[in-house]
Unconditional design. Sequence first.
Length: 169
Amino acid sequence: MGTNGSTMLEPLRQGPPPIDPADASSSASCALPPRYEAVRGARTFTSRTLAAWDLSERFDDVALVVSELVTNALRHALPADAPHGQDHPVRLHLMRWTSRLVCAVRDPSQDSPVASEAEDSAECGRGLFLVDSFSDSWGWHPLAGQATGKVVWALFRLPGASGCGHTDD
């Protein structure tokens, strides 16, 4: 569901498509330390989780997206003066439904993932272009209630899933 190269990515400030969380057949989550080595850990976690769910054939696309989302959270969402001993401010969630897989990365910033990336350099923003190109949809939303931060998510249709806009499974 990618966009062409001339289209500017805009943040999709919305929650994931309407999928009842109670219908999730599997979910897994891991806390990530505020260090770039966490990206490797996120890929390993993703590999093991997808293998356990018999979805190893989706690893390349999903791992690329997970890597980009985690890198963005570490690079743009952590305060520059955050203490190194801070308890895992970034968290990776993988949720599987019958026909869909959602990767979600929670971080402590409420800033739009696009706005914060656009300020740094022309290289920034390529990661979100990859997320847009390799996933079926993506978006972000601020956390509600007492929680601070945001969740950036990407959705993948799984083998055998109908591609006709069916959103109730």
